[in-house]
Design a protein around this ligand. Structure first.
Ligand code: ADP
Length: 416
């Protein structure tokens, strides 16, 4: 894509990514227009003002055809569902190419990308990969869905650098030519079925990571999914076993492609205690451990947590529930042996209650804080109180970070 000739670029969505894109486009000398579905009142006026003074035009409260008319390119934030948004219809009508941030930034860099996708474990695996590659290479960048927009650093990347990117299915929906030098698929489990017509479409979005790869590039694939993707792979395939810890297995395979030995991965892994809000021990009160796993937003990630805690022989008081994503919880029914009691919050509480009430005592709590208090009242020395919600957080919180922080605060209040 020849972006030199494009004068005006429209950015869909005034998100963290949208903001970072606007900044990048200004430095590239483009005229920038931002169109956002939510009302202006939802955003910081001071921030809008900073960008408006630099010449950025804004449209809030919806996407109009008129606003897009003079744009030569539309770049959308991952939060925008192109299947449903008016933006894609407008772009089609005006014959404006619509791409995502990952695609656009890929056009601007000559560095090699290592892309990691999957339903669960992406952030953990991406971060560990970054740490491991840093052991050998000086210039390694980290970004993507992990919370660092690609557009915030792409201009600093050079030819021999490495970029480790966490890629969500939403980001992979909007690529055209993007082809990572290494593309890794960790796992796929039912998730986001509120956004996709079905599981098949969700999987297809994930498989996009391999779509444009060249024969001299690498596809690192969890062997559980190899039969499904093998036919479509053009890159050289490196399978890994989704054994005891598929995240570490995947990192080890990626490291091998850069001649980094397994021992280095083991050593780096030993010093890495995980990211916040993922199986993070908050504290112990009277022999009861409190674990924050707020990032577990689907049943498969909660299963991962239950297995890890159960391995230590602990009985679990599980706090779960939140915004339902159209998935079934039934798959966990047979895995609930270590769960002593269930405390449910949020929109999905009745649905989860129905799925598990014959498995263990379950009660619906009016708030997260109440659930923490109730779990503590029922716990005994040696037990674990685990927040691993199986659901998104948006019904009660801004995001999973706020949910995890509120859990931590509630736990700290118990002992004060
Ligand atoms: P993602 O970025 O894909 O959401 P994270 O690394 O942030 O992945 O972890 C999300 C949740 O999934 C956490 O609760 C974590 O404990 C759990 N988890 C991590 N790795 C895996 C895995 N390989 N399979 C299932 N769940 C996992």
């Amino acid at each position: 894509m020849n972006i030199e000739s494009i004068e005006t670029v429209a950015v869909g969505g005034w998100s963290k990514t949208g903001m970072s894109l606007a900044k990048l486009l200004l430095t590239l000398g483009k005229k920038v227009k931002v169109t956002e579905e939510r009302e202006r009142g939802c955003f910081s006026p001071a921030l809008i003002d900073v960008f408006a003074r630099k010449g950025v035009c804004f449209e809030f409260g919806g996407h109009s055809l008129r606003f897009l008319r003079d744009a030569g390119l539309l770049i959308v934030s991952p939060g925008i569902d192109l299947q449903r948004s008016a933006l894609s219809a407008h772009a089609r009508e005006l014959c404006i190419p619509a791409v995502g941030e990952i695609e656009f930034c890929f056009w601007l860099t000559r560095a090699r990308c290592v892309g990691i996708t999957g339903t669960n474990g992406k952030s953990t695996t991406t971060f560990l990969t970054y740490l491991v590659l840093k052991e050998k290479r000086k210039r390694v960048f980290l970004g993507g869905n992990i919370g660092i927009p690609f557009s915030s650093f792409v201009r600093r990347t050079r030819k021999n650098d490495l970029i480790v990117l966490e890629l969500s299915s939403f980001q992979l929906e909007t690529i055209l030519e993007f082809h990572p030098f290494v593309a890794a698929l960790l796992n796929i489990e039912p998730d986001h079925l509120d956004r996709y017509p079905g599981y098949a479409e969700y999987k297809a979005a994930k498989f996009n990571i391999f779509r444009n790869q060249r024969p001299d590039e690498w596809a690192v694939v969890n062997e559980r999914f190899l039969p499904e993707v093998r036919q479509t792979l053009r890159a050289r395939c490196v399978p890994f076993s989704g054994g005891e810890n598929e995240n570490v297995d995947c990192v080890t395979r990626i490291a091998g492609l850069f001649q980094i030995p397994r021992e280095t991965v083991t050593a780096v892994g030993a010093g890495f205690h995980g990211l916040p809000h993922r199986l993070q021990t908050v504290k112990k009160i009277q022999g009861i451990s409190f674990i924050n796993d707020s990032k577990a937003t689907n049943p498969a990630s909660t299963l991962w947590a239950l297995q890890r805690v159960k391995k230590k022989g602990k009985r679990i008081l599980l706090i779960a529930g939140g915004k339902d994503k159209g998935v079934s919880y039934e798959c966990l029914r047979d895995k609930f042996s270590g769960v002593k009691q269930l405390f449910l919050i949020g929109e999905s509480a009745p649905k989860i209650h129905k799925a598990f009430r014959d498995r263990c005592p379950a009660e619906i709590c009016p708030s997260l804080e109440e659930a923490v208090k109730e779990a503590y009242r029922n716990a005994q020395r040696g037990d674990v109180v685990l927040l691993s919600p199986m659901c998104a957080s948006f019904d009660m919180f801004r995001n999973y970070t706020e949910r995890g922080s509120r859990f931590t605060a509630a736990v700290n209040k118990l002992s004060s």
